[in-house]
Design a protein around this ligand. Structure first.
Ligand code: URP
Ligand code: ZN
Ligand code: ZN
Length: 498
């Protein structure tokens, strides 16, 4: 691999990005951007500066907020192994691809949220870019309920994920889902779901093995889209019953997407997150005769048949789905080979943290399905809004963090494991080429990616606390009050004489 990591000991500098098209989610203009000490100070048509300021010429290029990836798994212990990318290698890869912040999932340790949080604090101490945490809830009792409160009020976590799949490991049942949703609502924290019917998946897996289907194709066959649709519908209805906002992670199928579309049409606050792999790939790879090639595409919910990808793209362009993640969860060929004789043992997960910004540009903007302002919205701004860190993140505005990318629409990108920055020995986007290259990444006011060279150092990334009660909670209490007022007084019945 040709990874080149240089020392990032440059002094905090003054920067001017000159003459580019500055794009925010709702506006674009040709302007200069002036940065001091990691913060955007001014965005104006012309900003005169002195010799001490480093000037980057962005004429003819797009100057946009750095990407925020809402869904990653770095240093994640899962399926008898651990992801190959840790908080340094995964983040270095992210920066090389124009992502300047990500939100990772803390997994409780033996059910303890506090112990899980402390373990992830340690894992993330080698960070080279800003990050936040969601937290998974894997069991329910009074301690977990109390710890959720601590996570929100003291630790900067404002979202909790419930796995409706992975039976015998992370999966929870409907009773826990309801308890969890109620607690999330009371704390102003966003409930997130991995939506697949885990019991039915377990049945499907047994059936495939009985039929002698042990290869990676068995993964897709054992957990069809209908099981994703069922769980998505169930989670949506339970969230409606509790009256709390819901975030559906890695929406991979038309079935799930349509449930989200219908709920949103009726006014429910449901957020749908497609991931780069679901937008760009189809399941045919899982039938590849070479196990190593096929196994690298194993993730859950599975990458679907051709047609689901296009439908998810259309839903993203229409606003039915709101933001794009990656679910970056990287296992190398040796790790994937744990399932050589049984697809159930192939560690689930694909790469994407480095590729997302280029892939979304290529699939959505170059194809004409999405405007450049919408690109900013789905790769950065909407994530910042949902997780309540806007406009510190997700915007090029005075006072915002100087997390910025410069994309040259006339230059091209090419993806290959030979030159990517993840520790992975494969890449699910191997050989993909397209127009629109991220030439510069600025994170916290420092140029960390320029001339195809990374300048990053472990320990320079910051933990970003995310406060509760995002815009998704506005008016939730009013809807509760309206519901209570609409209830009729209890019916008074005479006592029976017998
Ligand atoms: N998605 C996947 O296959 N691996 C990561 C864990 C998860 O998000 O479900
Ligand atoms: Zn998941
Ligand atoms: Zn995930």
């Amino acid at each position: 691999q040709s990874n080149q990591f240089c020392d990032a000991s440059l002094p905090s500098s003054k920067l001017l990005i000159k003459g580019g098209t500055v794009v925010n989610a709702h506006h674009q203009q040709i302007a200069d951007v002036y940065i001091e000490d990691g913060i955007i100070v001014a965005v104006n048509p012309t900003i005169p500066v002195g010799d001490e300021v480093t000037v980057i010429d962005a004429t003819g290029k797009f100057v946009m907020p750095g990407g925020i990836d809402p869904h990653t798994h770095l240093d994640f212990e899962f399926m008898e192994t651990a992801t190959i990318d840790d908080f340094f290698s995964g983040q270095a890869a992210a920066l090389a691809g124009g992502t300047t912040m990500h939100i990772d999932f803390v997994i409780p340790l033996k059910g303890s949220l506090t112990a899980g949080f402390e373990a992830y604090e340690k894992k993330a101490s080698k960070s080279c870019m800003d990050y936040g945490f969601h937290m998974a809830i894997t069991k329910w009792d009074e301690t977990v309920s109390r710890e959720m409160e601590i996570m929100v009020k003291e630790k900067g976590i404002n979202s909790f994920k419930f796995f409706m799949a992975y039976k015998g490991a992370l999966m929870i049942n409907d009773e826990l889902l309801l308890e969890g949703f109620k607690k999330c609502k009371s704390l102003g924290a966003l409930a997130m779901v991995h939506a697949e019917n885990g019991d039915a998946v377990y049945e499907g897996q047994k059936k495939m093995i009985e039929l002698g289907i042990t290869g990676p194709e068995g993964h897709a066959l054992s957990r069809p889209a209908v099981l994703e649709g069922e769980a998505t519908a169930r989670a949506i209805r339970l969230a409606d019953f509790v009256n709390t906002p819901l975030y559906v992670v890695h929406v991979m199928s038309i079935d799930a997407m349509e449930e989200i579309a219908n709920a949103r049409k009726s006014g429910q606050r449901v957020i749908g997150e497609p991931v780069a792999s679901g937008l760009a790939l189809d399941e045919s790879w899982l039938w590849h005769p070479d196990f190593e090639t096929a196994a690298k595409y194993v993730m859950s919910p599975p990458i679907r048949k051709q047609g689901h990808d296009k439908a998810l793209q259309a839903a993203l362009s229409k606003g039915v789905l709101q933001l794009v993640g990656t679910d970056h969860c990287a296992f190398n060929s040796t790790q994937k080979a744990l399932g050589i004789d049984d697809f159930r043992k192939i560690p689930n997960g694909v790469n994407g943290i480095e590729e997302r910004m280029h892939m979304v540009w290529d699939i959505m903007v170059e194809s004409g399905q999405m405007t450049v302002t919408d690109y900013v919205r789905v790769t950065s701004t909407e994530c910042a809004r949902i997780f309540n860190i806007y406009p510190r993140k997700g915007a090029i505005l005075p006072g915002s963090d100087a997390d910025i990318i410069i994309l040259n629409p006339n230059s091209s990108f090419e993806i290959t494991a030979k030159s990517h920055h993840s520790k992975l020995d494969t890449n699910v986007y191997e050989g993909r080429k397209g127009k629109g290259k991220i030439e510069v990444t600025i994170a916290g006011g420092k140029i960390v990616w320029e001339n195809n060279e990374l300048k990053v150092a472990p320990g320079t990334g910051r933990y970003i606390k995310m406060p509760p009660f995002s815009y998704l909670f506005d008016g939730i209490d009013k809807k509760d009050a309206f519901y209570l007022n609409s209830l009729q007084a209890p019916v008074k019945r005479a006592k029976s004489s017998t």
